[in-house]
Write a protein that binds this ligand. Sequence first.
Ligand code: ADP
Ligand code: ZN
Length: 608
Amino acid sequence: MNENLPKNSKPLIYYTLIAMVIITLLNALVFPLLLERPVIEVSYSDFLDMLEQGSITNVNMQEAQIVFEAAEKDGALQIYKTGIWPDENLLDRLREAKVTFSNAIPTQNSPLLNFLISWIFPILFFLFIGRLLMNSLSKRMGGNMMSFGKSGAKVYVPAQTGKTFADVAGQDEAKEALAEIVDFLHNPAKYAAIGAIMPKGALLVGPPGTGKTLLAKAVAGEANVPFFSISGSEFVEMFVGMGAAKVRDLFKQAYDKAPCIVFIDEIDTIGKKRDGISSISGNDEREQTLNQLLSEMDGFDGRKGVVILGATNRPETLDKALLRPGRFDRRIPVELPDLKGREDTLKVHAKSIQAAKDVDYLAIAKATPGASGAELANILNEAALRAVRMGRDIVNQNDLEESVEVILAGYQRKNAVLTPNEKKIVAYHEIGHALVAARQSSAAPVHKITIIPRTSGALGYILQMDDSESDRVLLTKEEVISKITTATGGRAAEMLVFGTATTGAANDIEQATKLARAMISRYGMSDQFGMVALEAVTNQYLGGDASLICSPETASKIDGEVVELVGRCLKSAEELLKQNTQKLRELAEFLYEKETLTGEEFMRMLAR
Ligand code: ADP
Ligand code: ZN
């Protein structure tokens, strides 16, 4: 079969068929009425009368009828017809009335015009409509169907990316690795002279929102070269064979503009590992696109100054062929920002908003471990929006703190109805967490506790803040256990005070289970298994799902140990709370009244 036949040719055929049927119907039914002027049928005697009156100008004898033209009173011409009558005198009468007569059809248009009107115009009309439809269709699908084979890459002239490394906070290692590429683009001749070949491509890998696109733009901005940007998903389109054509076109455009940067976002969508199954499931399209990309990368002259930057957050799924020397052989990690990186990111974005002089960005950075650059930018914007809502023209610390909570937990649900009893349970639950955390020396201090329901569904939560100067990278076994214990503190408090469990602990349970499982299967912290990897992380940048790599028997043993470990932690949380029942009640009642407790208030009451 022809590989290049559009996959969607079926709808096209249907469309053509329907158009043909409509045109034929128009020709048979509608056009005759439009083209021929209405004809009035009269009796033969009326015809003779009109002939005598001299109003008839033109008579046309046809096989079974006489068609004639007569002037109306107002001078307009009207066509009539009448049946044939055996009338020998007709010829004389006509001569007498001095009308022109013939047997040609008076109303007939030229055959060419008829053909144009009945066939060419409708076809043009349908082509026009079809094009309109296709355009709106392809616009909705994000591609451009009519420009088959065009890459559709957005081209930015140098000034338009407008980004430099100064716009990228933190990520110093990545910037360093990219600085060489910038230098190369500035001066390819220098590298050519010494015979050095620059890497053709570099792969930016890291979680979403960490600034991979931003870095690529900054490279183009720093080197002052054009920036081509396309997303991997744009290659895999509605028509088979189009992806490969797009790749070809993209590289052709890039050559013309060299030196330049070609940025391919989400490269994993085309660069996925090729396997035997894919050809059955109809993935040849992706494979063809990938092959085209590989051959383009192999084919082009590295000294020309075209640098391809790819970005992905699923590096483990990439086809090995993409990572071979001469292709994306440099791998540049773009990680989530650490404390300093978060502070810097906030400050970079704070330049574009009106913020109070005394805003403490470090405090915000401390409250947002694990947040990506994109989330931090979002927090600042959310704070600015809040300031406007409050009728202020400057963003203050409060706006920022509230916006951290909005980003982390959703908006306050002002109209959420909690019965007083539910509210009490939530208060005890949250204090349970906080108390258990505070009573285990190694647990992070509490920053804020609230029981104001959030749109995310959280009924209350604790903002924990790490006070150490940088993010914790290493956790000891004891610290992991105390984390699990803290997670079980909410349920423990509910059980202790109300004697029953509620559904509110679902998140805690998930968190505790995850940690316990990781301890056993990945961190080598169980006595039974020791330092044996029992799980492999499948996508480290997207939530870090893990899959078991052990026998089913071992898997069930792991399950057993997880149950046992979490159970033990719950026991010790209950133990801790039992010893502090008085404090638990005091704090929970206080929180119930006030709905929000700061870290200091909490510690003060605890110390009393
Ligand atoms: P990615 O491509 O890694 O998913 P982006 O580059 O699209 O992430 O980042 C999205 C937005 O987040 C950027 O436009 C920028 O506003 C912000 N951002 C992310 N990382 C940083 C950073 N390191 N410094 C400044 N802003 C950042
Ligand atoms: Zn909880």
